[in-house]
Ligand binder design. Sequence first.
Ligand SMILES: *Cc1c(COP(=O)(O)O)cnc(C)c1O
Length: 483
Amino acid sequence: MKYISTRNTASVASAAVSVATGLAPDGGLYVPSEFPALDYKSLFGLDYAARCDKVLRAFFDFNVDGIAKEAYAAFDGDPAPVVKLDEKFFVLELWHGRTHAFKDMALSVLPHLLVAAKAATGDQSHSLVLVATSGDTGKAALEGFKNISGTECCVFYPTDGVSRVQKLAMQTQDGDNVCVMGIDGNFDDAQTAVKKAFADVELNKKLNKNGVELSSANSINIGRLVPQVAYYFSSYCDLVEAGEIKAGEKVDFVVPTGNFGNILAGYYAKKMGLPVNCLVCASNKNKVLTDFIETGIYDVNRDFYKTTSPSMDILVSSNLERLLFEISGRDALLTANRMNELKTKGRYEVTESEIESIRETFACGYADDDEVADAIADMFDEYGYLIDTHTAAAYAVAARRGYNRPTIVVSTANPYKFAPAVLSALGAGGHGEVDKKTFDKLYDETAMEIPESLANVFDAPVRFDKTIDKSDVIAFISERFGE
Ligand SMILES: *Cc1c(COP(=O)(O)O)cnc(C)c1O
């Protein structure tokens, strides 16, 4: 299987090069030259890791032996269980990994893929993975990369821009090949500093001389997207095997989305032959994607809101580029032009027939913070089932639609990850800074088990407590990893 760039189909790369480099040289995203077919029936009777293994093999022709098995061994039980809440209403839980959120599904696999891809290309350099994070991705990347030989993971977060629990979780990170650094500034400053490091010729020269190459764990890497395809297949198989749906019956997925990565994997699954009827894109108050699906206009010239579902507080959804590429009939020039318009004007528009073809598969909806809180309370009252704020946005959208056909709501975080907002949704919030007592309170309200590793951050020793100015990031990397 070859990969092509969304901005230049003549730019062709092997699977190994696509994973190892992350981004095409023209700035486009790598997509498979054609979608491999996968018969879901061939996944019956397999456990999650074995199903994921089949998906990896469908996309990657380098050696992926044992990768899925090793990655998902770190999970607590079934990595992607499906819970039945009502007739035709199911929840797919994607938060049984080390950091208790959906990012673990891909970031547990990506480090192994990166090592395998580099072995395939004969690249013997040490990979220095730079991550700018607003909280969740950084922790998931640290857990995914820790102690993976041949890699080093360095995370930059805005010192005053993440929650206390997120900060402590990163500052207390274990592992020999990790580092965590606060940046004076906001998330964009951290992101810009990291982008500058990638573009800094002098820095890269110095690192290369020392056998180090920069690498990215960003969600635009095809190596992050492909592992996510597996849970769409797996949940479908689980429902057929449990007798909840008939083989071949079409289902709807309702997906809380920010960067369009989670839901795009569902689109890929459908392209590969999974019987999916509709993919419902659920946004929070930053509803740029909902507006796009409704109007055909993508426009980031709007207010940005900080919501109770921060992992979906995104205006530029990078992975949408891959969908644009497909619905334009794989027109790379048109896709490149649109991405250029987005960069220069913050806006682009697709044609009437393109938006119609998007609506053949995608529906959309959004929930603001009040609706999210109501959804958490409703879900708990109605089903005794606790959800986090991101999942609640999807549930609010799903409940409005009703369950005319089997509907799977994708659940992306353990509620304890967003304990203060969940507590206040249940009418028990409002007691200051989050600490262990916040978790105990949520336990008292709901009797849901507290994830040990989340509670432990309050006692674990802090290993990384430094903050540097954004202008010092390159000097820091250079000193630490160049000679
Ligand atoms: C990242 C994230 C999402 C959104 O996923 P995308 O790939 O950005 O669409 C939803 N919920 C949680 C908890 C997340 O961490």
